[in-house]
Design a protein around this ligand. Structure first.
Ligand code: C2E
Ligand code: SIN
Ligand code: SIN
Ligand code: SIN
Ligand code: FE
Ligand code: FE
Length: 421
């Protein structure tokens, strides 16, 4: 069994790949500040394309930063602009062309793009010159836009960007594009990992992992807001937690088909083997330097621990699965309460709620009301009671997620026969 996990880990080079998720943020911030430094631009943003809009994802502004009091952070209003003819950046994203504007308050009548002073008013800033470079792959796909604002001359006046500046900025845009492409590849590999787990386990369908991830995010966001966690932390964690939650059962790739696809109740011995999926999954994520690895490991390891200490795998050595502390029966002592990682506690509720609402080879789907009642009934024994309250208060959003990722209207999930020995 362990060799399967090791093989999987080596094949996909999981350690190095996973780190890059966190690197992307730092890399794009660095690319933006280097581009601004070289071109002497007072401000700039990187927009990422999401559906048919551009979303400001990174934003820097020296003038606004200088006005801050010590300890204050630059707050930029996260805004979206449509891709199209409205704005310079939207137009750059639509056409794939570099858009260089000498003065946004003096755009010629009839130009296919404009400037909305609303952005300046809202930011308390005066935009003059802008240079918008589309982030274009060599396949021609637009991933976003690098926008530089207010090139400064030697005495600090805003001047236009030159033709040469366009070339220099395009170089930085190429670097940003490559970083984004690598991140997309990483995401694709993670999705492939979840599919691999899915292929092995007919119960873990794509819609199931998406629902579990969606529920977990709703619970997390409620939990974090209740604790006044900063927005930036919540946004960063959402992304990581979504991927980690989708991979909660990835350790099932190490469980044999006879157990995984057994149509009916498991024997005690089979259940013990099944339980190893938690630490088998956790072993995939052993590079503790990356925040993603950290969260994915905690989720895989802890999503079957119980608040009252009766869950599994308990206090074990992640590398060997051996108990670190044993109970009277020689089994690993269960973790309890806040010993269980917060993300494990969250995914546990999300996973059980979805398992109850779904058909399984060993049970029929429960109604929404019955499933909610069951979760409430398990507050304080199986689940963290505070998190159950968070869960209850986000039930409307949970229903939205559930509708979004509903099963295809086919017959209840059947084990596929092609992989059975
Ligand atoms: P799963 O089917 O995704 O279930 C996840 C968890 O949801 C279960 O963890 C359990 O805590 C909860 N759950 C599922 N169905 C029910 C239910 O009818 N009532 C209650 N109260 N809770 C429920 P658990 O038990 O540790 O099982 C982990 C995984 O092991 C399951 O994932 C499933 O893949 C497998 N498994 C568990 N029992 C059986 C079984 O009797 N037969 C088969 N074939 N597989 C089983
Ligand atoms: C534009 O790109 O023209 C609008 C967005 C902005 O001013 O930052
Ligand atoms: C999956 O199928 O496991 C990933 C979800 C998706 O394809 O959107
Ligand atoms: C945290 O504050 O990050 C964890 C707190 C908890 O375990 O509830
Ligand atoms: Fe599980
Ligand atoms: Fe699951």
């Amino acid at each position: 069994m362990p060799t399967k996990i090791e093989k999987l880990k080596n094949v996909i080079g999981v350690d190095s790949i996973l780190n890059k998720i966190q690197d992307l943020d730092i890399l794009l911030e660095t690319i933006l500040s280097e581009a601004r430094r070289v071109l002497n631009a007072d401000a700039g943003s990187i927009y990422i394309k999401v559906d048919d809009e551009l979303v400001v994802t990174y934003s820097q502004n020296d003038t606004k930063t200088a006005e801050l009091k010590p300890g204050e952070k630059l707050i930029y209003n996260v805004f979206r602009i449509p891709i199209g003819t409205g704005t310079t950046s939207g137009f750059a994203a639509m056409t794939g062309d570099i858009i260089n504007v000498r003065n946004v308050y003096d755009i010629p009548e009839g130009a296919p793009y404009g400037f909305d002073p609303y952005y300046d008013r809202k930011a308390g800033y005066r935009t003059v010159s802008t240079l918008s470079i589309p982030l274009k792959t060599n396949m021609g796909d637009i991933l976003g836009v690098l926008q530089l604002i207010n090139k400064k001359d030697k005495i600090g006046r805003s001047i236009a960007f030159s033709k040469e500046d366009e070339l220099v900025a395009a170089h930085f845009a190429t670097n940003a594009t490559m970083a984004l492409q690598r991140a997309q590849m990483t995401r694709a590999i993670l999705l492939r990992m979840t599919r691999m787990a899915e292929l092995r386990d007919p119960k873990e369908t794509g819609t199931h992992v998406n629902r579990v991830a969606g529920y977990a995010l709703e619970i997390y966001e409620r939990w974090a807001n209740r604790r006044n966690r900063p927005r930036s932390e919540i946004d960063r964690t959402r992304d990581t937690l979504r991927m980690a939650a989708m991979l909660h059962d990835v350790g099932k790739v190490a469980i044999s088909d006879t157990i995984l696809k057994k149509p009916g109740k498991l024997t005690d011995a089979e259940r013990e083997i099944m339980k190893t999926h938690a630490w088998q999954g956790a072993r995939l994520f052993t590079d503790r330097q990356s925040e993603f690895d950290e969260i994915a490991q905690q989720v895989a390891l802890n999503h079957h621990e119980d608040w009252d200490g009766n869950g599994y795998p308990g206090q074990i050595d992640i590398m060997t699965g051996e108990p670190l502390r044993k109970d009277a029966k020689g089994r690993a002592l269960g973790k309890r309460g806040e010993e269980i990682d917060i993300f494990g506690r969250i995914v546990s509720i999300a996973d059980v709620f979805d398992a109850l609402r779904s058909n399984r080879v060993y049970k029929a789907a429960w109604s929404d009301d019955d499933a909610v009642r069951e979760i409430k009934g398990l507050a304080g024994s199986k689940f963290d009671p505070e998190l159950v309250e968070d869960f209850i208060s986000v039930i409307p959003s949970i229903r939205t997620v559930s509708d979004k990722f509903s099963e295809e209207p086919t017959e209840p999930t059947e084990p596929s026969t092609d992989r059975e020995e």
